[in-house]
Write a protein that binds this ligand. Structure first.
Ligand SMILES: Nc1ncnc2c1ncn2[C@@H]1O[C@H](COP(=O)(O)OP(=O)(O)OP(=O)(O)O)[C@@H](O)[C@H]1O
Ligand SMILES: [Mg+2]
Length: 322
């Protein structure tokens, strides 16, 4: 991710500036030392310009958003990491939590899980303060708690502990004032870790593929989540199905979409994430899709998810303060 470069025009757009306004900013004291007017900028510059110019969105109460499906390979990691990176690019303070021992989210933002000292295992089982497990990325608004193979035994380790379902929720309280969003990338399984993740979340995003196996898996997921909500008295505020990897030229995809609209219409997002090979290319380079190819269909669709949900969150925040 360190190699990410933003051409001048795109950098200005990200800050909400015209290019001539950017030239003025380039020459301001505190910023001119970073290199003055130049052709391209790095993620660190983006953070520095935002900080110096106060060009970030309003700070908000930390919103905890979980990408979960018990089924594997539905796009949880591709969507959650792109979403988290984009929010941070737009100036929101984001903590990305990799919950999967495969460490894919960690890789997607450019880190090698096995090289990291701490994971959520240390936080949830060994009581390490979560702030000590946080890794800073080159984009100052994006922090990460990495994952690696050590996480594969976390369910067993949590089993005998008291309050085992709420360890993550409690851990997150310590950093709630540092972030606007906490984005959680779940593994494709059901166990105590994912139970912790559900109990820690305000919003649930369920990426599904446009096929009938995914469709049938949804019933189990919804039943399980609703039972847990009642048993443990934690109610998710939004549950959203994200149809991913959609290719309208195949009949099966069109039929699966129709079935989702009929049976889960109230949960289905308006945004459909189209099939886009750039997701795989970007993740193999450890670069989020917005840095890899901001004009790709994948990047466009993630932006459209943000555009669809941000107004909803703003409305909720107003409800709370009213
Ligand atoms: N919209 C898309 N278009 C094309 N390929 C996609 C899309 N979304 C995800 N993929 C690809 O599908 C594969 C699985 O995606 P991903 O790893 O994000 O799923 P996952 O749900 O996190 O998987 P797991 O359950 O193993 O954690 C990857 O190779 C990814 O690049
Ligand atoms: Mg994954």
């Amino acid at each position: 991710m360190e190699e990410v470069r933003y051409p001048r025009k795109r950098f200005a757009e990200l800050l909400g500036f015209s290019e001539s306004e950017l030239t003025i900013a380039d020459n301001l004291e505190g910023l001119v030392e970073l290199g003055g007017r130049r052709d391209s900028y790095g993620p660190g510059d983006l953070s520095a310009y935002r900080a110096a110019l106060g060009a970030h969105p309003p700070r908000r109460q930390m919103r905890r958003q979980l990408f979960l499906n018990f089924k594997g390979g539905t796009g949880k990691t591709s969507l959650s990491t792109s979403y988290a990176y984009r929010l941070a690019e737009l100036g929101h303070r984001v903590l990305l939590l990799d919950l999967d021992s495969q460490g894919h989210a960690t890789k997607c933002v450019g880190f090698e899980g096995e090289e990291q000292k701490y994971t959520l295992f240390d936080v949830l089982v060994k009581k390490l303060p979560i702030a000590d497990a946080v890794i800073h990325t080159p984009l100052a608004e994006l922090d990460l708690v990495a994952s690696n193979l050590r996480m594969s035994t976390i369910d067993l380790a949590l089993m005998p502990m008291s309050g085992r379902e709420f360890k993550l929720r409690k851990a997150l309280e310590d950093v709630a004032d540092r972030y606007d969003f906490c984005v959680l990338d779940a593994p494709p399984s059901f166990g105590l870790l994912n139970l912790n993740a559900i109990m820690s979340s305000d919003d649930l995003f369920v990426p599904v593929l446009p096929d009938f196996l995914s469709f049938h898996g949804l019933k189990l997921l919804f039943e399980t989540v609703h039972e847990l909500e009642e048993d443990l008295e934690h109610y998710l505020q939004n549950v959203t199905i994200l149809l991913n990897n959609f290719n309208p030229t195949t009949r099966i995809a069109r039929e699966a979409r129709q079935a989702l609209e009929e049976h889960y219409g109230e949960y289905l997002s308006k945004t459909v994430v189209r099939q886009c090979t750039k997701f795989a290319q970007a993740s193999s380079e450890g670069t989020p899709i917005f840095a890899f190819d901001p004009s790709s269909k994948g990047a466009e669709d993630i932006q459209s998810i943000i555009d669809e949900f941000m107004p909803r969150l703003a409305a909720r925040a107003q409800e709370r303060s009213a």
